[in-house]
Design a protein around this ligand. Structure first.
Ligand code: COA
Length: 175
């Protein structure tokens, strides 16, 4: 069921992957209240997060919830009530391939001090299960060469290069 606190219906989560989560931890959809459980601090282990207020977080959360195509998951340490890992699957609807769908894996992060405990592996496996449930014919991601061996261990393979252009006039802060 989707509660207004949950980004998406938790029953979509694959149960086989759940057994990989250690005791005192839970893997689940992102919740609105995760802002107060250190979600942004966890994300800051990946890149610049900016100065995101609880209101800004809530507005972006509602946009994603309304769209239904943003499947952001977290692992919470229940003993500290802190988010220790997160990852996102964005489901892209296409016209080609018989109006197929592609999964875009984004923002994979494990908090410092929690890395090397297979949280990253578990997040990827769960996102791939979600992509399967969403009917994605493939899932793709961009990463640095340094992180490629991690994704290979998760079952992905190198298929090409990433191209990017950054808009010169878009600030990191929302207007
Ligand atoms: C990269 C990251 C997500 C990996 O998560 P993690 O929980 O630390 O990794 P895991 O414990 O799940 O590792 C799974 C396997 O990958 C290996 N691995 C993890 N990171 C690796 C790396 N950078 N290079 C080579 N192997 C790596 C582990 O040794 C482990 O191997 P094993 O199966 O033989 O034991 C995590 O270190 C992280 O958040 N880093 C900072 C943010 C970042 O770079 N995110 C990725 C953006 S593309």
């Amino acid at each position: 069921m989707v509660s207004s606190n949950s980004l998406f219906d938790s029953s979509l989560m694959g149960t086989s992957v759940m057994s990989m989560v250690p005791e005192n931890h839970v893997m689940r959809p992102l919740e609105l209240t995760d802002y107060r459980k250190g979600y942004m601090e966890c994300l800051s282990n990946l890149t610049i997060v900016g100065d995101v207020s609880e209101q800004m977080f809530g507005e972006s959360f509602e946009d994603m919830q309304r769209s239904g195509n943003y499947l952001v998951i977290v692992i919470e340490d229940l003993s500290t009530q802190k988010i220790v890992a997160s990852g996102s699957l964005i489901v892209e609807q296409k016209f080609l391939r018989n109006c197929g769908r592609v999964g875009h894996i984004e923002d994979i992060v494990v908090a410092k001090g929690q890395q090397g405990k297979r949280f990253g592996f578990t997040i990827i496996k769960q996102l791939l299960e979600l992509a399967n449930v969403a009917g994605c014919y493939k899932s793709i991601l961009d990463c640095s060469l340094d992180n490629a061996p991690f994704y290979e261990k998760c079952g992905l393979e190198n298929k090409g290069v990433q191209m990017a252009v950054y808009a010169p006039n878009v600030s990191l802060k929302k207007a």
